[in-house]
Design a protein around this ligand. Structure first.
Ligand code: 5GP
Length: 185
């Protein structure tokens, strides 16, 4: 039996990446999948480490070749999970974490029935708005678009196997690790 596939999703700005980074630090067995995206790198992001930054043409090729376990369009760009490495890591016994948005999580549910879907929730909508507007890496228009998407994403919470409120990063990461452990063979 292969190691668990845990999908971590939730609205933009909820702190998914901080929680996942804390979980990875606490448990080095975990493997975080690196997604392909058509968006441009932000300052400090490295190709192959944060994302594989690809052209539209290359993304099309990956979709056509069936290389992506799931993919979705988000805020005007495409994001997808290369599937082969996910399978390799699971077979090698490493629990795999996907940190993706909700449309992708739905596709993983269909493609991988034993995947564990975790939804990270903000303590409140106000906290989420503050986090989205203080990030400071995007234009007002881009932030407004993400807030609108975040509202729609919050409505998807009930579709997930587990919901964890991120009012404290360490506590939230511990809850995530407990879910990984309880899904391990
Ligand atoms: P960002 O541009 O802020 O890095 O990511 C935007 C959103 O895309 C986030 O919610 C992030 O979790 C999601 N995302 C990142 N990689 C993937 C992926 O491979 N598939 C899907 N469906 N969403 C992704």
């Amino acid at each position: 039996m292969s190691a668990p596939l845990v999908v971590v999703s939730g609205p933009s700005g909820v702190g998914k990446s901080t929680v996942v980074a804390e979980a990875l630090r606490a448990d080095p067995r975990l493997w975080l999948s690196v997604s392909a995206t058509t968006r441009a790198p932000r300052p400090g992001e490295a190709n192959g480490q944060h994302y594989f930054f690809v052209s539209d043409g290359e993304f099309d090729r990956m979709v056509d070749a069936g290389e992506l376990l799931e993919w979705a369009e988000y805020a005007g760009h495409r994001y997808g999970t290369p599937g082969a490495e996910v399978s390799r890591q699971r077979t090698a016994g490493r629990p795999v974490i996907l940190e993706i948005e909700v449309q992708g999580a739905r596709q993983v549910r269909d493609a991988v029935p034993d995947a564990v879907l975790v939804f990270i929730e903000p303590p409140s909508m106000g906290v989420l708005e503050d986090r989205l507007t203080s990030r400071g890496t995007e234009s007002d228009a881009a932030r407004a678009r993400r807030l609108e998407v975040a509202r729609r994403e919050l409505a998807e919470a009930e579709f997930f196997d587990h919901r964890v409120v991120n009012d404290d990063v360490a506590t939230c990461a511990r809850s995530l690790l407990a879910l990984v452990d309880s899904s391990s063979p």
